[in-house]
Design a protein around this ligand. Sequence first.
Ligand SMILES: [Ca+2]
Ligand SMILES: [Ca+2]
Length: 301
Amino acid sequence: MKRTIATMAAAILAVLTAAPLTASADPAKDYAPTYYFKPIDANVDPATGDTVVYNYDIPDEGLDMQISVYVLETSKQAWWLGPKWKSSEQLIKLKDIYDYSTNTEPFAYSFVKNGVIDNNEYGFEISHDEELNTMACSVKTGLVRKPFVPYCDPTDQYELTHFTANISKELTWGYYTIHFLTEPEDYPDQRVCDAGLILDDGSSSIRTPIVKDMTIRISGIEGDVNGDDFVDSTDASDVLAEYAALQTGGESTLDDRGRFAADTDHDRIIDSTDASNILVYYSYVMSTDEAVPFVEYFENK
Ligand SMILES: [Ca+2]
Ligand SMILES: [Ca+2]
């Protein structure tokens, strides 16, 4: 008899222990997870957030830049996460997306089972279309949809995956983006970024995530507005002429290359500050035998 009571008590205890997790409030209708990129070991301009590559640092085989993909998911109700991204510029080639399902290093949705990391508790998949220069990864629960238990809180303490962008030496100046796909671009039914949440009533709600694209600025021609390989007072005059033309509602006096070179402080405006920077650099060059390039001079100032 005693034994029976003990067994019953144990059974009741087991039921109590297995009681459902504290009910979570449904996320607001406009809640959505955020997908974003973060380059590893890259030069990021603190003023603009742009990732900066100096064109003279790109080797013949191109520059490999490793980039992490992060998800910030604060509702803890996701059962599906699917970022998809693309570089429209074929001279920035996406490659080597990392597959966490084949190793035990921790990532954002690793699960710990008996003290051991399991990266397959939630299905993790990657894909890469070399021709379209697109990539995707996804994490999802199986047949029985249930919210993920993230490896850490917040979820972006660890990446979701990473990949490499190979930047060609042929890119000598300009702004380029690696962007998340939010609408089909290559064919009508192309999959775009999405995220699935489990609501308290057990239904699934598909949300359009918030995405933060990444801008890569290929720098190195700044200051040399006329393209004669020197930064001098002629370039400053060209900037002032452009500024004057734009101020008076006139036509731009420069081509795309000239306009990029003229915007020396990268605020996307050509004005007297840019002309002044050119004159400051010009006098610096005149005063030293070993001048550093224009962009480095101002970034280290
Ligand atoms: Ca020049
Ligand atoms: Ca400017």
